[in-house]
Design a protein around this ligand. Structure first.
Ligand SMILES: [Zn+2]
Length: 412
């Protein structure tokens, strides 16, 4: 005889009940678990999460199925005493949600069997959506939506759902959709003229209570087809969110919701072309910029590059919001000039970027300078003696790193 009588077997709408405390225990994590002689709380199992609610003054945060040991109600708050009679109350919205997802799964799984002879091998109610793994060959949007359509048809016919207890001998004569997981007397859930399956969960009284089933997405997983769906209140909440997203995108284009995929595709295509063109123009701009920087450097340091002086023209500059690619383009434009060293930095968002380069006829090892500079900016980098790149998180140390690199050059 199991320790706890499961009231939810008889009535999935029973939300309040009185019961006697038959044991109290402490779980490994220190939480208190209460066992009752009867309960309407559904414990986690069969892919369905547990109910929550209240037990006297305490919150029931989880329920664990300990089989013949009963249902453990994990509570937070004042614990009752052994032998106390307590009043239990189930959170209805959570129960309704689970009942819709779970019953919806029975209907959808039966639809896959009826249409494609494709069995459901596992089921999970997750936080946002539900998953079934179906042995569906040749999955496609069309085939899966066909099953969803049939499931919704069954929902809107509001067919009665009944529970009956059968012996294993009786069960053997019934066209059950799946093999019973346990021996002995079975609880069989019947959706009138549609599905007959053994199950210990909480179900709707008629298919109409499920409201609607929607397909979210699907993918192949381990030889099966994993289908992400939602039923009832979840499907409505998801529609609201999806619709809001679609409307926000449409508003950006001042267009209708249905026109946005084509408009976004065109924008992405245009953006690719524009980026390509910007890249080309940037190289042109970098050549002009390089000329100006070199002129400026020669004015600031007139001896550099003049006859009889071996010192290179050094360009050391820190920019704002310049990408690594852009720094590199400028560096290449600079070192196309003879005897030139480019020490370039950028505060690019949260990253400090560095590109050090020199013309083939200049001295100094850029790789060595870069490694030292990257230590200063808490980053990583390196390269070859004539060109090195790096980046780091310490943007405030970028000026120090640049200054030290320039010092090292002039000291050499
Ligand atoms: Zn069920």
């Amino acid at each position: 005889m199991p320790a706890t009588e499961r009231l939810y077997y008889q009535d999935s709408r029973l939300l309040e009940f009185d019961a006697r405390v038959i044991s109290l225990s402490e779980l490994d994590d220190g939480q208190i678990a209460v066992t009752l002689d009867r309960t309407a709380f559904y414990p986690t199992g069969g892919g369905q999460p547990s109910d929550t609610g209240t037990l006297g003054e305490a919150r029931v945060v989880d329920c664990i199925d300990a089989e013949n040991e009963g249902v453990l109600h994990v509570i937070q708050g004042p614990a009752p005493e052994m032998g106390d009679t307590v009043h239990g109350k189930i959170d209805w919205l959570r129960r309704l949600d689970h009942l819709q997802q779970h019953t919806g799964q029975h209907i959808l799984s039966a639809a896959f069997v009826q249409l494609f002879d494709a069995a459901t091998l596992s089921f999970r109610v997750l936080e946002h959506e539900c998953e079934i793994d179906v042995a569906l060959e040749d999955p496609s949007d069309e085939r899966i939506e066909q099953a969803v359509d049939l499931a919704n048809q069954i929902i809107w016919e509001s067919r009665p759902i009944s529970v009956r207890q059968v012996t294993s001998a009786e069960a053997a004569t019934l066209p059950l959709r799946k093999e019973p997981a346990r021996a002995g007397e079975l609880r069989v859930i019947e959706i009138a003229d549609f599905d007959l399956t053994p199950c210990g969960g909480t179900h709707a009284r008629s298919t109409g209570e499920v409201g609607v089933i929607t397909l979210r997405s699907w993918e192949r997983a381990k030889g099966l087809t994993r289908i992400h769906f939602m039923a009832g209140v979840r499907a409505v909440a998801d529609y609201r969110k999806a619709n809001q997203t679609a409307r926000e995108v449409a508003a950006l284009f001042s267009a209708g919701r249905e026109d946005t995929p084509a408009l976004v595709a065109r924008l992405v295509e245009e953006n690719k072309k524009v980026r390509r063109r910007v890249g080309e123009l940037e190289q042109v701009a970098c050549r002009v910029e390089a000329e100006e920087l070199i002129q400026q450097a020669r004015i600031n340091s007139p001896r550099a590059g003049s006859t009889g002086d071996t010192g290179a023209t050094v360009i050391a500059t820190v920019f704002d919001d310049r990408s690594a690619d852009s720094l590199k383009h400028l560096a290449l434009a600079l070192i196309s000039h003879p005897n030139t060293v480019a020490l370039l930095g950028s505060r690019d968002g949260n990253t400090a970027r560095l590109v050090f380069a020199r013309s083939t006829d200049a001295a100094d090892d850029m790789n060595v300078l870069m490694r030292k500079a990257c230590e200063v900016i808490d980053g990583r980098g390196g390269g070859k003696p004539d060109m090195a790149q790096g980046g780091g998180k310490n943007i405030s140390a970028l000026d120090d790193a640049m200054h030290a690199a320039a010092q090292d050059l002039s000291n050499s």
